[in-house]
Write a protein that binds this ligand. Structure first.
Ligand code: CA
Length: 226
């Protein structure tokens, strides 16, 4: 079921939107302030966020920039009061997928949500998540439980290949082809050397250990503990 987080402090709007979207087949999780709203929006299974700008606690703009950093690709539809539009919406365009001016019709919100969900489904996945690790394939950036991990280009490609194939045994030959891009001399120890680099760089970060297991004479397996 599609999960929508609604962050809005006006109980009347929360009630009306929750009832309408639930009737439309969505599961709605509502928060009445910015801090609990951000917490909800960062949970694993969230498909879209509907966000009011003026909130007690953390403001809508702050939430938007947090989400842009931590969950790029998560669509956010902003709700604004009339008058906030001119001042704020220009600045929001980068972070918000869409916006609606209050008062709005539920049918309009429903249509905007469905359009954003369609667009999000068609976009290729640009991030990988496993075991506390998060790879942004576009920015080529890796974090482990939020902490930045600095990898070379080859280390990044190797980790991305492991994460794409988590839980599977990968032979050295498969890894060489996928990461180095050609049929390398099978006697080379590049794979072993780079797996060693990755283990070292990932050992010092994160709460959950990342395990790349060596299977004697067979290859390696990235353990998908999550
Ligand atoms: Ca408000």
């Amino acid at each position: 079921m599609t999960q929508i987080v609604l962050i809005e402090d006006e109980p009347g709007i929360v009630d009306f939107v929750t009832r309408g979207l639930t009737a439309g087949g969505f599961q709605v999780h509502a928060a009445l302030d910015g801090d609990s709203g951000l917490e909800l929006a960062l949970r694993e299974r969230v498909d879209l966020v509907v966000l009011d700008l003026m909130l007690p606690g953390r403001s809508g703009s702050e939430i938007l920039s947090e989400l842009a950093g931590q969950r790029p690709g998560l669509p956010v539809i902003v709700l604004t009061a009339r008058g906030e539009v001119e001042d704020r919406v220009n600045g929001l365009r980068d972070g918000a997928a869409d916006y609606l001016v209050k008062p709005f019709a539920l049918a309009e919100l429903d249509a905007r949500i469905r359009a954003q969900l369609r667009a999000a489904r068609q976009a290729p996945a640009t991030t990988l998540h496993r075991a506390g690790l998060r790879l942004d394939l576009l920015a080529r950036r890796v974090t482990h439980d939020g902490e930045l991990v600095r990898l070379t280009a080859t280390e990044f490609d190797l980790l991305a290949y492991f994460m794409h194939n988590a839980g599977q045994v990968l032979t050295r030959q498969q890894i060489l082809r996928a990461v180095w891009g050609y049929d390398h001399d099978p006697a080379t120890n590049n794979v072993d050397v780079y797996v060693g680099y990755l283990r070292r760089k990932l050992a010092g970060t994160g709460r959950e250990p990342v395990r790349i297991t060596t299977l004697r004479s067979r290859g390696y397996r990235f353990e998908d503990a999550a």
